[in-house]
Design a protein around this ligand. Sequence first.
Ligand code: 3HC
Length: 288
Amino acid sequence: MDVRELSEVETVGVVGAGTMGNGIAQVAATSGYDVVMRDIEDEYVERGLDSIEDSLSRFVRKEELSQSEADDALDRVRGTTELPDLAAADLVVEAAVEEMDVKRDIFADLDEIVDEDVVLATNTSTLSITAIAAATNRPEKVVGVHFMNPVPVMKGVEVVVGEKTGPAVVELAHGFSEALGKETWESDDKPGFVTNRILMPWLNEGIRAYDEGVASKEDIDRGMTLGTNVPMGPLTLADHIGLDVCLHASRTLHEELGDRYKPAYLLKRKVEAGDLGKKTGEGFYEYD
Ligand code: 3HC
């Protein structure tokens, strides 16, 4: 199998300029790659570039990057609304919405646009890599690279191996993640992989415990942070991830793995009310 190697990767294509896409674009740019970041509307691209600038300025404030390193990184990210602009990419990471049909369409298009030996990675958090790969004529060159939110801060990347993913492609996914300063682990292409299979029931149980009056939301979060040394309790973390994202992931797991993954009633009610967490100013908590 002819695969473009890591040493040949100069330009990284990123599909999606949302929270995950702009984070991936940022870490690729600070690691020296040229990046083409694509979203469907100019407004989304602009918002993604603004987030990168804001996040880079935090690293400058902490003196982990100089101002000129931050400026160079930002210059290396080119925003676009045209998918064909990814033709220059030596590796593509897709981080569009978590909808199978949308991802399959994007992968079918990318398959036509980028060179034959280019690896197509997806940042999907719960969808089947194998089903996404089947939309292309290169399923052996499709792999999961599941980044964690916030991407610039979180050290871990989950490499997900689809039914047809080739060994050289798995190796490239690990190598690329490490080139971005991340540490990896590997999961088979089973629903939720390692992280969300375990995280989503934990979040839903925290929400249920709150709904059933086990403790106040603050005490549930304090119990888990002080009691198990995690940085955020389940209600705060659900807000941080986005309650719509949590609900979507939980529904996929429920569908695939049965009742033990049923989303909490209150999670559904919050999403119905439009309270999606930090990003809308209100979830289980309120934010400025
Ligand atoms: N860019 C740059 N720096 C950032 C940042 C960003 N987007 N977000 C936070 N930071 C930095 C801050 O500058 C700060 O740096 P410092 O400690 O050196 O001053 C540090 O991160 C901590 O930030 P804050 O003080 O604002 O807030 P916290 O102390 O609460 O930390 C956190 C934020 C790093 C998000 C921490 O709470 C944490 O690790 N939480 C758990 C996050 C987590 O579990 N993520 C995975 C979710 S699961 C997932 O993503 C999978 C998906 O498929 C659902």
